[in-house]
Design a protein around this ligand. Sequence first.
Ligand SMILES: C[S@@+](CC[C@H](N)C(=O)[O-])C[C@H]1O[C@@H](n2cnc3c(N)ncnc32)[C@H](O)[C@@H]1O
Length: 348
Amino acid sequence: MIKYLGSKRTLVPVLNKLALASGAKTALDLFTGTTRVARGFKEHGLHVTAVDTASYSHVFAKTWIELNSQACDTRELEAALGHLSSLKPEAGYFTQTFCQDARYFQPKNGERVDAMRNAIENEYRHTWLYEPLLAALILAADRVDSTTGIQMAYLKQWARRSSNSLELQNPGLMPGEGRAILGDALDVVEHLEPVDLAYLDPPYNQHRYFANYHIWETLVRWDAPETYGIANKRLDVRTDTNRSAFNSKPAMANALTELVKSVKAETIVLSYNNESWLNREQLITLCESKGEVRVLDVSFRRYIGGQIGVYNRAGERVGQPGAKRNTEHIVIAGPRDVVDRMHRAALV
Ligand SMILES: C[S@@+](CC[C@H](N)C(=O)[O-])C[C@H]1O[C@@H](n2cnc3c(N)ncnc32)[C@H](O)[C@@H]1O
């Protein structure tokens, strides 16, 4: 799995418990990111629909949520990974932009990314292998990057892992049916069939995923955009087209209230950070439209960047590290008997 701001890796066990206790057969993950949570639900037998605005997240959702390993010939995937791994390195846009003009990856790995990404486009574009191959390439590149986990800057000195050779690995498909949707949760939600359980994990602040993970966007879109600044971000990071209401302090509360009201789910689970714009009481009020509300407060290991400190573009420390832990509020709302059952299950 890639390094991802706000990823719910450590919350997956408790979210799985909640989903099982709810008795849900169908689930919706409206801000799916890495798809960790959606994968946990799918593993426990739920039919999951995974939504996100990010192109790379859609690649993950197609790979792990929509594809059913039992319906795929996984030997074809192994053969394609072997073929890509054998390609001759070839410097192109990726090497120039992210390894030479900026230093996110060592050029020897950038040249392999260029060769593999071109082959994925030319040889697999209209096959079921397209997304799993892209997922494998993103995961491989993430293992040899030279950042603290976001792409707003690269490290002044090469990270040790960046010297390793980029290696493609089988992303490991999962059995079972599911659905992946690329889109804004606010637009998508009204067109979806009702589900038993919806999980909402919106962004917590003004920092946009589109900017934080611009390299993964470009690697998936493969559109060779013009870039700007030392971080070499896509030019369209500056435009309004890729903005989310959930990254705007004035818009966020209304957007979330609307989303909670309009999502067709018997029960919802919302996770939200205690250092963000809405406090515990506001979250409870916001979820009351769904019925009974209970909150679990889970101590959560902060994102590693927050622990390391704040750095400027030259890689010099300009801010102190924050606390190592903060609290994630998990708000459960729905029919009283279901919510009570979920709440009890999470406490044991
Ligand atoms: C906190 S992260 C979710 C992390 C995810 N639960 C995980 O464990 O990986 C928030 C996600 O919301 C997505 N996002 C932001 N605005 C969105 C919107 N309006 N509709 C759908 N997804 C959005 C971002 O791309 C990001 O992946």
